[in-house]
Design a protein around this ligand. Structure first.
Ligand code: GLC
Length: 429
């Protein structure tokens, strides 16, 4: 789908809204050292299963997650129904390895869906194609048992049975919880890892799984990690350098998925967190290139957001509370921004996001004759501007070197007290 088509039809909300919350939560939250802990430490199933006994999640309160997301300006929330460890957060008929069979004892997905909708947000599911717990999942290059005798280990594994399980669980998720707006499948690796085999669309039967997904939830948005084209692509832990295109050069929908600290699951000793300022810049940078941001939180094993996540979301909320209209419903602008800045455009309003604070003026090339009014977005205070004209005295003007086609904004010496200052520019009709 091209980004033009994306402004209409069932997926229009997605490019309009721009900002969602990713939630990685499961047994690995108890280990608290990366959601890949099972395979990173090559743990046996029996060893890893000990976390099921500790899964009490006494502070599980998806309404609090949803409120924090909404305050930060996110309009959709995507929860890990099952991660690669195979543990399911819903009451599946197809396995006992679920949140119901833990001290917590409940269907976490059901409560999540209700809480998210109650806040008026959209519901997304992340679902792992990979499953390190299922007895029929063929051991490969990312599996916890990858160093063992694969031939012996895989001899009795019945792949058809796993595939049926995978499709059956997707059917459960897409038939039991009402409207699901977004499905984030994860992931395909047909070329394997470290010389060992991987898995891809033929293994998952991705065509059939995608068809099933669309049949059960018409209008759903599906990513491309089934290894076949979906509705969008999901750059992970990097910011694309420009609009994202498919092989034929057509622009496609995209959403960068980003972490606070590099891990998706709760990672207690990882203090590598990004500042709210950096995260707001990433949101704005993405929107200026036509993309969304799906920002992750990894709640603790008790089910709540740790202080860093809470502070981070609150920091973002302080910004979005006054700047929502610079990204919501906005997209790329057909002008080149000055250095250290990003433009977004929403109708006849152009938003200039200043990533560093200039001294007194900023020149906006190509805007001469096009601007009717300018103000700061956070407080609606007027920003005076002038246009360089051929008649200006070279040394009489405050800005003698302004480009001829520029509008020059006069800025105060002090940067406004917001993490990313935004100037709202009203363009002439
Ligand atoms: C990766 C990782 C995973 C994480 C996901 C989020 O593919 O395997 O742990 O859930 O990306 O995009």
């Amino acid at each position: 789908m091209s980004s033009d088509d994306a402004t209409q039809g069932p997926h229009a909300w997605f490019s309009h809204d721009r900002f969602g919350m990713f939630v990685h939560w499961g047994l690995y939250s108890l280990a608290a050292r990366h959601e890949w802990v099972m395979t990173n430490e090559r743990m046996s199933i029996a060893d890893y299963e000990r976390y099921t006994e500790r899964f009490e999640a006494d502070l599980y309160d998806p309404a609090a997650w949803a409120r924090a997301a909404k305050a930060a300006g996110m309009t959709y929330v995507v929860l890990t129904t099952k991660h690669h460890d195979g543990f399911c957060l819903w009451d599946s008929d197809l396995t006992d390895y679920t949140s119901v069979n833990t001290p917590f004892g409940r269907d976490a997905v059901a409560e999540f869906v209700e809480a998210v909708r109650a806040e008026g947000l959209r519901v997304g599911f992340y679902h792992s194609l990979i499953d390190w717990h299922h007895p029929d999942f063929v051991v490969d290059g990312v599996h916890p048992r990858r160093g063992d005798d694969l031939e012996a280990l895989n001899a009795d594994r019945d792949w058809d049975r796993y595939r049926t399980y995978l499709h059956g669980q997707v059917r459960e998720l897409l038939t039991r919880y009402g409207q699901v707006d977004y499905l984030f499948y994860d992931f395909s690796y047909p070329h394997g890892r470290d010389g060992l085999p991987g898995k891809g669309p033929d293994d998952w039967d991705s065509q059939a799984l995608l068809a099933l997904t669309r049949e059960l939830q018409p209008g759903i948005i599906v990513n491309d990690r089934l290894g076949i084209p979906g509705d969008l692509t999901t750059p992970e832990q990097y910011q694309p350098t420009g609009p994202v295109t498919d092989e034929s050069g057509r622009e496609i929908l995209w959403e960068a998925c980003q972490t606070i600290n590099g891990s998706w699951g709760y990672d207690r000793d990882n203090h590598d967190h990004k500042s709210p300022e950096l995260l707001v810049r990433m949101l704005v940078d993405g929107v200026s290139k036509g993309g969304n941001l799906l920002l992750n939180v990894g709640p603790t094993g008790r089910g709540d957001l740790d202080p860093v996540a809470q502070r981070t979301l609150a920091g973002i909320a302080a910004w979005t509370s006054h700047h929502e209209r610079s990204f919501r419903g906005a997209g790329p602008a057909p002008f080149t921004p000055p250095a250290d800045a990003r433009y977004t455009l929403r109708g006849d309003r152009l938003y200039l996001h200043l990533f560093s604070w200039p001294m007194n003026h900023v020149h906006l090339s190509g805007l001469a004759g096009k601007v009717s009014y300018v103000q700061f977005l956070h407080d609606a205070s007027e920003v005076r501007f002038e246009e360089a004209t051929a008649n200006d005295e070279p040394h009489g003007s405050l800005t003698p070197d302004a480009p001829q086609d520029a509008v020059t904004l006069h800025l105060p010496a002090r940067r406004p007290e917001v993490v990313v200052p935004v100037i709202e520019i009203f363009l002439k009709e």
